[in-house]
Design a protein around this ligand. Sequence first.
Ligand SMILES: C[S@@+](CC[C@H](N)C(=O)[O-])C[C@H]1O[C@@H](n2cnc3c(N)ncnc32)[C@H](O)[C@@H]1O
Length: 456
Amino acid sequence: MSLPKLFIERISHMLNDESDAFFATYEKPRYHGLRINPLKITPERLAQIAPFQLKPVPFCHTGFYYKLEDEPGKHPYHQAGLYYIQEPSAMAVADCLDAKPGERILDLCAAPGGKTTQIAGSMKNQGFLMANEINAKRAKALSENIERCGITNALVTNEKPERLANRFAGYFDKILVDAPCSGEGMFRKDPEAIEYWSLDHVKHCASMQKEILDHAYHMLKPGGILVYSTCTFSAEENEQSIDHFLDHYPDLELLPIQKKGGMTDGNPDWSISHRKDLIKTARLWPHHVQGEGHFIAKCKKAHTSTQSENNSQTFTQTAKKCDLKDFYSFEKESLTTSVPGTLFFMKNHLFSIPKDFPDFSGLRIVRTGLHIGEQKKQRFEPNHALALGLDPSNFKQKLNLSSTDKEWASYLRGETLPSNLNKGWTIVTIDNYPIGWGKVANGTLKNFYPKGLRRH
Ligand SMILES: C[S@@+](CC[C@H](N)C(=O)[O-])C[C@H]1O[C@@H](n2cnc3c(N)ncnc32)[C@H](O)[C@@H]1O
């Protein structure tokens, strides 16, 4: 692999006698990982049913290494949201945030959703998770991953951090800033990142990170936790970004990060001020961990911060009973449960959100809570998100496909399937895990797998 000369010089200067070990990693194949989705399955159960070998990632209790040739991304369990394919070192970040059910959490730079989906797994669909992405195309990918993973308490926004900061001052218990960076840790995974790399790019990213952190600070409530991460090695974007942040906001303190499975301390000498507490930050170097590389810092805003907590904005809209007639018929015929949460319409689409969701009017919204379905003329049609967002036991009629029988591939291509089940909405499952809707009539299951997700 041909690396930029200046990058080699800079790393050699930082790592001294460790640099040979670092550069030797570029001659080896990279590691591949998946993280199980606790909203749908346990690690033990996936290990039992998956036709691929899994080896635990030491710094993430839901993470596993897999072999490239096993291609779990092509297995229908991926479509069922049982796991998320993720670069292993990236799995260390969200656990540092220690998300809990019921909290208000912001993932400010969220697409494509590796860390959002991990945070959501810890929140158990309770509380409020805002997943923001500035780039519209990437926000769509984020939204699809949130749907596939069965996350029902998220608001996906496509906003600039400053717009959110004006609106949500002092609002969040926890914030993740997984910042845009020069991606030096991506060189093996994405060789295009090498072409992009320059010292100017490193400096540009560092200045962007300072700005994003500034907006994030304002959205954190007193006593709140902020985790900052990058997938790059440069001191400017890591120790120096955090040094500047702490210097600017004296009511922030660094919290220690447990260094597991080869994670090492951040280096105060790589900062401008050389402040000693930067040792609490974490580095994941590819010659120390089986992964590509990350930096993580965890900060806490003092309870005594002058900024006040903001609880003001709650979403108050609810659907009128008379407008829910067709939905209730669908619910009674097709589900064994009532859809939880507050129901409301946006145009003719019905959604459910957990209580205490904030008012999101005026924001650029990509997904809201659980998209239940659409009110059509005199009938209700369920959305794909409902198939992925409920427990398998919540559906009355099921057409189960086996992962060892290629009929599932026909379903994912959008083809009809023969079925002698009762007329009506039917959940299609793979080894009993929902993957989408079908509707049975006259011995055939009409396919409702979304056109945009079909595989040909
Ligand atoms: C490292 S990636 C996020 C990866 C994501 N957290 C995950 O785990 O899948 C950084 C993201 O920040 C976004 N971004 C770029 N410029 C930004 C800005 N000025 N403010 C906020 N986000 C920005 C990028 O579009 C990109 O999706």
